[in-house]
Design a protein around this ligand. Structure first.
Ligand code: ADP
Length: 226
């Protein structure tokens, strides 16, 4: 059997705040296979963001192991983490995080600039990613000339333009109305059907329903739901 895309063993994270230790993660074990769509739920303060930051190679745990595509992330230097992140992970956020005075096309090109891809190829790949998101006619628009759903689709195009093996979506429908929520979830479901692995953090049961499986974080631990 192929190794899982994400493999986490006894992951722990402690924050020290004003001399007080806060155990944000108290021993997380989880595995996500390539092609899965997993939702992570849990009350505020349960450790979701901490787990997300570690999954996204934005932060490291204090102990335990995290393997991403078989590579041991534990003990990597910040530079190694950044390289792994750029290569393997696409991020989508609640607030879209698009550059405001920059066209949709240039927004999608941004990660390719960091990856050192030449101008012509950047342009081509960004155009293809936007067309895939149904935004071929909106490439020259600025974020404020786009609807919330369109902005989030630009953000998804930007996350996917580097061909990551994992899409991490942090409350991707937290800022939009119900109709737009359906639109964004429809896009994520379609991408997952095409084989993309997705980990989605959400507060909303309705949103989690579109995933194949839901994990719940409570007080720094995972409890699997049937
Ligand atoms: P969630 O995303 O589920 O709301 P978090 O991962 O943000 O939960 O937080 C888990 C726990 O860790 C909380 O008790 C929170 O107050 C604490 N925490 C999070 N980040 C920090 C930090 N940088 N410094 C100190 N405590 C933190």
């Amino acid at each position: 059997m192929a190794a899982p895309l994400i493999e986490i063993r006894d992951l722990r994270k402690v924050y020290a705040l004003d001399g007080v230790e806060i155990q944000a993660l108290r021993g997380i074990d989880m595995a996500v296979a390539g092609g899965e769509f997993v939702a992570i739920m849990g009350p505020s303060g349960s450790g979701k963001s901490t787990l997300m930051n570690i999954l996204g190679c934005l932060d490291v745990a204090d102990s335990g192991t995290y393997r991403l595509r078989g590579e041991d992330v534990t003990g990597m230097t910040p530079n190694q983490l950044a390289r792994l992140r750029n290569r393997e992970i696409g991020f989508v956020f609640q607030s879209f995080n698009l550059l405001p005075r920059t066209s949709a096309l240039e927004n999608v090109e941004t990660p390719l600039v960091y990856a050192g891809v030449g101008r012509q190829e950047r342009h081509e790949r960004a155009r293809e990613a936007l067309e895939r998101m149904g935004l071929g006619e909106r490439m020259r628009h600025f974020p404020n000339q786009l609807s919330g759903g369109q902005q989030q689709r630009v953000a998804i195009a930007r996350a996917l333009v580097t061909c990551p093996s994992l899409l991490l979506a942090d409350e991707p429908t937290g800022n939009v109305d119900t109709v737009t929520t359906e639109e964004i979830l429809g896009v994520l479901e379609a991408l997952n059907r095409e084989g993309l692995t997705i980990v989605l953090i959400t507060h909303e049961q309705d949103v989690a329903q579109c995933a194949g499986r839901t994990l719940t974080v409570r007080d720094g631990r995972l409890e699997a739901r049937p």
